[in-house]
Design a binder for this molecule. Structure first.
Ligand code: BGC
Length: 256
C-alpha cells in the first residue's frame, strides 16, 4: 500500500462521498468528492457513482467502503434506507473491484464511523470500557466497542418506539434520525426530546460508558447538545462527517 493511503468511501441515502485517507494518521489527504446518490438505488447505479469518484481521484489502490446495512462476510444482508431488496445478497466489494480494477472492502457505515472515532477521534487515549457510536443521518447507525473490540452490525436504529401521531410502534430511526427531524419540521429542542428517549432506551439495554453522537447532526452540536440528557457520558464525534470515510479506509487497510 502506497504511503498508507486508502480511498475511503461512504455510501449514504443522499450522497456518495469519498476521500483519500492516510490510515496511519486517520486523516484526509486532499479534498473530499461528493456526488448525489443516484436513483433508483440499485447496485449498478451505486457502482457507477463509485467509479466516478475513483476516476476523479485517478485512484488505483485499495478501497474501503461504508454501506448503510448489515454486512456479513462481505455480503450485504440488509439495506433499509437504500433500495431495500436490490442489494440483498450482493458482494459490493467484488462489484467495485470488477468496475474499478481495485481491491475493495465493505463495512457497515456505523461500524466504520465508530472505528474512526475510537482510533483517531474521541476514543484516542481514553480508558477501556464500552463505547457506543450513534450516527444520526438518513437513518440511525449504531456501533459498539468493548475494550476497543467491535461488535459488528448492531442494528439498534431499528428498535421499536411508539410514534405518538401514528399511535403505533415503528423503527426508532423513523422517529429521531436527522431525516425525521427535517421531514417532521421539528425544532432542535423537539428533536432532542425524542432523541433523549431513544438514548435512554439504548442505554437501558447496553449500558455503555460513553455514547458518541456522530453523523449529519455532529456538526450542529451547538444547536442540540444543551438539550441532551443521558445516563452515561456523551461526546460529539470529533471527526464529524469524515468519520465514515476514515473508518472505512482504516478497516480496509487491516483487511485487504
Ligand atoms: C441501517 C444501518 C445503518 C444506519 C445508518 C440503518 O437503516 O440499517 O445498517 O448503519 O441506517 O446508515
Amino acid at each position: 500500500m502506497r504511503k498508507n493511503l486508502v480511498l475511503g468511501l461512504d455510501i449514504g441515502g443522499s450522497g456518495v462521498k469519498g476521500a483519500v485517507v492516510d490510515v496511519a494518521k486517520g486523516e484526509f489527504v486532499g479534498d473530499r468528492i461528493r456526488i448525489p446518490t443516484p436513483t433508483p438505488h440499485t447496485p449498478s447505479n451505486i457502482v457507477s457513482a463509485i467509479s466516478e469518484i475513483v476516476a476523479g481521484f485517478k485512484w488505483k489502490g485499495p478501497i474501503g467502503c461504508g454501506f448503510p446495512g448489515v454486512i456479513r462476510s462481505q455480503i450485504i444482508e440488509t439495506a433499509a434506507n437504500l433500495g431495500g431488496k436490490n442489494f440483498i445478497g450482493v458482494n459490493l466489494a467484488e462489484e467495485i473491484g470488477r468496475a474499478c480494477g481495485c481491491e475493495a472492502w465493505i463495512i457497515n457505515d456505523a461500524d466504520a464511523a465508530g472505528s474512526a472515532e475510537i482510533n483517531f477521534g474521541v476514543g484516542r487515549g481514553r480508558r477501556d470500557g464500552v463505547l457506543m457510536m450513534l450516527t444520526v443521518g438518513t437513518g440511525i447507525g449504531v456501533s459498539m466497542f468493548s475494550n476497543r473490540t467491535l461488535v459488528p452490525n448492531l442494528e439498534l436504529g431499528h428498535l421499536r418506539m411508539r410514534d405518538k401521531a401514528l399511535k403505533k410502534y415503528i423503527a426508532a430511526e423513523k422517529i429521531c434520525s436527522d431525516a425525521a427531524r427535517k421531514s417532521h419540521d421539528l425544532s432542535w429542542q423537539q428533536w432532542a426530546g425524542r432523541f433523549n428517549k431513544y438514548l435512554q432506551y439504548v442505554h437501558s439495554l447496553c449500558w455503555p460508558d460513553l455514547i458518541v453522537i456522530g453523523g449529519g447532526v455532529a456538526s450542529k452540536s451547538d444547536k442540540f447538545l444543551k438539550y441532551i440528557k443521558a445516563d452515561c457520558d456523551i461526546a460529539v464525534a470529533r471527526l464529524e462527517n469524515r468519520a465514515g470515510i476514515i473508518g472505512a479506509a482504516y478497516e480496509a487497510s487491516k483487511n485487504i
